[in-house]
Structure formats: structure tokens, C-alpha cells
Design a protein. Structure first.
Length: 622
């Protein structure tokens, strides 16, 4: 059958449906007329009202509405166009409207003023509560189930209400496909990709931090048999007052090196810094090396951090007000700065080699001042002292010559050590190669009177040779002893000085070898430690005895050696309960000072004043 015949049949079918609809409509209209045939009087009254309304509108100048024209059934043609008769009806039904100009009156009404204010309150942010299902506590007849039966699930009341209104409520369940449940397949990396990953900075930082944490966890140990009752406490001897409790040595970085510097962290009391000399037996390794050891993990055999440089290190310290910075001095006179936050072992900053700065090896590096105003002080072997800013190592803030004022018999001073007095950024004491000790000031007027300069630069003579170290009194208690300082020398003696006396107050000569370092206790006014070349650690208490040390400990023989090594450096921690020592074979040991020895009594300051008065009177008689 052709397309035209199909179209014609479809049109005929639609016409038949239209005729059926018209017949149905006429039938309903006829029934409605028959139902209203008995109300002719009501219809006539309705017509009269309509006529009266038309007359009223006509008197007002408004044309009455025309009756709508009922279109015949053939008004719409078969092609979908509207017949001309319908267009005429639409045109005739439209009417023109009369418009008039009216005056508008404006009124300004002020809005009602409503006062509002804001109120704020500080609260703690509450964590979001977990979404849990809540059920009605009172069961109903429809909710009765047998306890222990899982055949029919329990339905809540709100679910039943939804079912009664909307019918069955679909349950939203997440169906995981088999592909989603399967774990993704691991992609095999090539050797080149593995090498790139291992050499990336991100992997190095991650591995270094993770390995350090795992090593801490493995090395952590607890004393399960610690007796708190005190039944096992025995009488303490001299060796028991100063036992060695920790030993730090790295087989790769510490071997064939000498400890040349020790320092404790003021922010993290368990960290100790050790600086090492070059390893002369290995050429390809860095000449300078610094390591940070942790006292919290005694079984840990590796340091927390390792820092290196291409030049030999002669001095190092931990920045007092910067817990992440390590400051070092080199043989060439440069200042180095390491940062524990950096993944690199090399310095993050260094000073420039200029004639305005140091040109000789540095023997002292320390930080003085307060948290908001502090400087790095460095001293070189040519007698020049520089002050640096931590943020700027391009050039020093100031440079001066130690004891450069001429006086009788005073030649150029070649300093070996230096220390500032307690809570003082201006006055300091310097030890020299000749054995003399000098005091000087950073900000003194060097162009003043010759008499004043001569008095200031008058040497403290007592040692016969090289002064290895000087230590000023920390004055931690109610009485200030900031005028006291100690000195050690290669002449096998330790001497106690006062800046007010040119002669030493006392000489500690109970040594059979060179004394390499001496340091005051940070909490006890009369306690100090000294180390010598025989591997001996002595702790002196001026209030107890001036002839022999109160506690003495001998360094154990290192593996592969026949005799104890010489101890070069010693440093107290901030608590005064631990003493770190380093020898000339690269070993660092920590002594645990007995609390009865380290903790001062209430009258120790008064007793020390009496002892000093007796020493002063004795020295004047001699």
C-alpha cells in the first residue's frame, strides 16, 4: 500500500472519531436542555438583566459585547489553515479602548526603624556526631516479633506510614560489582623508574624520617626490674657518684676522628652535639663532620643527624634561640650553618672568605644575648673577634682585635679559648698560647686613658704554658659569683681565679697529665668538672674538699686499644645531672651524676662565700 493511501485512511479514522465526539456532545447538550426546560421564567429574567446591563453600558459610552460567532464544522480546512470567516470574527471581536490622563498623588511614608544587633560567642568546635539509627522503645502489635527469630525483619512505624501513602518503599542498597571488589593490579616498575624513585628528594626525606622513627621504636627499652622501694640502695662510693651510662660511636663516621667540640640543646635536653676532626686515613670522605646523638634511646647505634662539610671543623655549637640550627667554624675561618629541617647534610648557609672577616682557624663559636637580640661570637687564632647575625652571614656586624692596646711587655695575643661572663654580653675572658689570661670588653673606649687600658689588659699570670680552656661561673643562685672563672692548661693544673685578684685563688694540681677542659655545673655553685689526658673525669666540690675531687671516674678502654683514650671535651647538660665527654678516638660518653652530688643544698651559696673568703685571706698571706 502506498504512502498516500495510508495517509488517507488515517485521516478518515480521525474524522470518524471527531464525529463520534460531536454526537456525544450534542447528546449531552440535549439532556441539559431537557433538564432546564421547566425553568423558562428564570431564563427570561436572566435575559432581562442582561438587556438592562447592556443599556447601562451603552449610556456610559461603552459598546456592548457582541455574541460570539459559532463556527461551522468545516471552518478548519484539511491542510491545517484557518478559514477567512474565523479571521473576520477575531477582527470584529476586538474593540478600541478609551484612555484618560490622571494625576497621581505621591506620598512618602518613612519605614519603621527596627533596631538590630549582633551577638557573638566563642565556643569549641564540636565533632560531628555519628549517624545512628534510632528505634521506638515501646513496641506495638504490628512490631511484635519473636526474640531470636530472623525470618522477618523489624519494620519501623515511619516505614509503615510511608508504605500506606506511597505504596512499597524501595530500599536503597549499594551493589558492588565484581570489578569494584577486586583489588587493582600492581603495576610492575622498570629498573629505570625504580632508580628515579630511589633518587628523588621526596623518597629520601620519607625514608630518612621513617627509618629514624622505626629505629627509635626498636631501640626503646624499659627497666622492668626498677626498684622504687629503695631496698637495694647501697652506700655510694666515688665511682658510683659518676658512672658512665651511655656510649655513642658510629663505626663509619666516628672512626679515626677526634672529638673537638660538645654542646647540649637548650630546647631538646636529650640531644647532644659532637664535632669531629678530619679522618686522615680516608681521602674521599668529607673533612668536617658533626653528629647529633639522642639520650632517650640508649640502644640506638646511629645518630639522629649527620652534617658534613668539605673543610675541617674546629668549633661547633647549637644555636641557643634557634632549635633547628647548628653553627660551626672551620679551619679557613668560615662560619657554617646547618639546618635539621633540610634533607641535605651540607651547610645551608656559609660566610664569605674576605679580609674583613676571619682568615685564620676558629677556636671559639658561641651565641650570646637574648631571644630578641643575640649575636654569634667567633674568635680566631690571630686574635680577631667578630660578631655575626644569624640571618646574615655575608659580613660580620663588628670586628675587633682582642687585647690590642699596647702596654708594658704586652705583645700580640694569640688566643686559644674565650668565655663571656654570666648574663653579660660585653665582658669576656681570653686564654692564650703563652699561658696568660686576659679580660676585655667588646664596647669599651679603646681611645681612652692609657692607665685604664693597661689595667684592663693586665694579664692573669699563673699557667706556664698553653691554656686549653676557660669557664666563667654561671651564677644560678641567689648570690652572684660572676667574678669567678676557671682555667685549665697543659701544665697539668686547674686554677680558680677572680677578676678582682691578679693571683689565682687556688690551684688544683692532683693530675698526672694535661688537663684539656674544665666546666662549671649549671645548677650547683661550688661544683665543676675537669678532664685530662689519662681518660679521667673529676668532679670537684669546693665546699667539701680543695685537695682531691669529690667524684672520679676512669674512662673504659675502647675496643681495639690497650689503654684509655685522652678526653678532649666535657660539657654539662642544662639539668646538671649528665656530663658528656669526648675523647681523641671519636667516642662520646655520658656520665650520670648522682643526685646527691649534683643537687645543691640551701646553704651551699653561703658556704661557698666563706670558702672564698678563706682562700683570699690565705693568698694574701702568701
Amino acid at each position: 500500500m502506498s504512502a498516500g493511501a495510508d495517509r488517507k485512511a488515517e485521516i478518515e479514522l480521525k474524522k470518524a472519531k471527531l464525529r463520534a465526539l460531536r454526537e456525544d456532545k450534542l447528546r449531552k447538550e440535549e439532556n441539559r436542555r431537557q433538564a432546564l426546560s421547566g425553568n423558562n421564567s428564570g431564563a427570561s429574567s436572566t435575559v432581562d438583566v442582561r438587556v438592562d446591563a447592556d443599556a447601562i453600558l451603552k449610556n456610559l459610552g461603552i459598546e456592548p459585547l457582541q455574541e460570539p460567532v459559532v463556527l461551522p464544522p468545516n471552518a478548519q480546512m484539511g491542510d491545517g489553515h484557518i478559514s477567512p470567516n474565523r479571521l473576520n470574527v477575531r477582527t470584529a471581536s476586538g474593540r478600541r479602548k478609551k484612555l484618560q490622563v490622571c494625576q497621581v498623588s505621591e506620598f512618602d511614608v518613612k519605614p519603621h526603624a527596627s533596631e538590630t544587633y549582633e551577638k557573638e560567642i566563642q565556643t569549641t568546635e564540636a565533632e560531628p556526631e555519628e549517624k545512628v539509627l534510632t528505634y521506638d522503645d515501646t513496641p506495638t502489635e504490628n512490631d511484635r516479633i519473636q526474640i531470636g527469630s530472623y525470618e522477618e525483619p523489624v519494620e519501623r512505624m515511619d516505614t509503615k506510614m510511608l508504605k500506606s501513602v506511597h505504596g512499597e518503599v524501595p530500599r536503597h542498597t549499594t551493589v558492588s560489582t565484581k570489578a569494584e571488589l577486586e583489588e587493582p593490579a600492581l603495576v610492575a616498575l622498570t629498573e629505570e623508574q625504580k632508580q628515579q624513585m630511589l633518587l628523588s628528594e621526596g623518597f629520601k626525606c620519607f625514608f630518612d624520617r621513617s627509618a629514624r622513627i622505626i629505629e627509635r621504636a626498636l631501640c626503646e627499652s624499659e627497666d622492668l626490674f626498677l626498684d622504687y622501694s629503695g631496698e637495694e640502695v647501697k652506700a655510694q662510693t666515688s665511682d658510683d657518684l659518676l658512672p658512665f651510662c651511655l656510649h655513642f660511636f658510629d663505626d663509619h663516621w666516628s672512626r679515626n676522628r677526634m672529638v673537638i667540640g660538645l654542646d647540649w640543646s637548650t630546647t631538646y635536653p636529650e640531644l647532644v652535639l659532637a664535632a669531629y676532626s678530619p679522618n686522615e686515613e680516608v681521602v674521599h670522605e668529607p673533612a668536617g663532620c658533626c653528629m647529633i646523638w639522642n639520650l632517650k634511646f640508649p640502644r640506638k647505634t646511629s645518630p639522629e643527624y649527620i652534617f658534613t662539610c668539605s673543610e675541617p671543623i674546629t668549633a661547633a655549637t647549637m644555636a641557643k634561640f634557634h632549635p633547628n640550627l647548628i653553627i660551626g667554624g672551620t679551619y679557613s675561618g668560615q662560619i657554617l650553618l646547618w639546618d635539621t629541617r633540610s634533607p641535605k647534610r651540607t651547610p645551608v648557609q656559609r660566610s664569605t672568605l674576605t679580609s674583613w672577616a676571619h682568615t685564620q682557624p676558629l677556636n671559639t663559636v658561641q651565641v650570646i644575648g637574648s631571644k630578641n637580640a643575640h649575636n654569634i661570637i667567633t674568635l680566631s687564632s690571630d686574635g680577631s673577634m667578630c660578631a655575626w647575625s644569624v640571618e646574615m652571614l655575608g659580613e660580620p656586624r663588628e670586628k675587633l682585635k682582642v687585647c690590642d692596646a699596647p702596654s708594658a711587655g704586652l705583645l700580640d695575643v694569640f688566643p686559644t679559648c674565650m668565655a663571656f661572663f654570666a648574663n653579660d654580653q660585653n665582658n669576656y675572658v681570653v686564654g692564650s698560647e703563652s699561658g696568660n689570661i686576659y679580660t676585655d670588653q667588646r664596647h669599651s673606649s679603646r681611645s681612652g686613658s692609657t692607665e685604664g687600658n693597661a689595667a684592663r689588659n693586665h694579664p692573669y699570670k699563673g699557667h706556664s704554658t698553653f691554656v686549653t680552656s676557660v669557664a666563667t661561673h654561671p651564677s644560678p643562685g641567689p648570690v652572684s659569683y660572676s667574678n669567678l672563672f676557671l682555667s685549665s692548661s697543659l701544665d697539668w693544673t686547674v686554677r680558680l681565679w677572680s677578676v678582682r685578684e691578679q693571683a689565682p685563688l687556688n690551684v688544683f694540681d692532683d693530675y698526672s697529665e694535661c688537663v684539656y677542659d674544665v666546666c662549671w655545673s649549671p645548677i650547683h655553685p661550688a661544683l665543676f668538672a675537669a678532664v685530662d689526658g689519662t681518660g679521667r673525669v673529676d668532679v670537684w666540690n669546693l665546699n667539701n674538699d680543695m685537695e682531691v675531687p669529690t667524684a672520679r671516674s676512669h674512662l673504659p678502654v675502647n675496643p681495639g686499644c690497650s689503654e684509655p683514650a685522652a678526653i678532649n671535651k666535657a660539657r654539662w647538660d642544662s639539668t646538671g645531672l649528665f656530663l658528656a665527654v669526648g675523647d681523641d678516638e671519636g667516642h662520646v660518653r655520658v656520665c650520670s651524676v648522682a643526685e646527691s652530688l649534683a643537687t645543691p643544698g640551701a646553704d651551699d651559696w653561703t658556704i661557698l662565700a666563706q670558702v672564698l673568703a678563706n682562700l683570699k685571706s690565705t693568698s694574701q698571706m702568701i
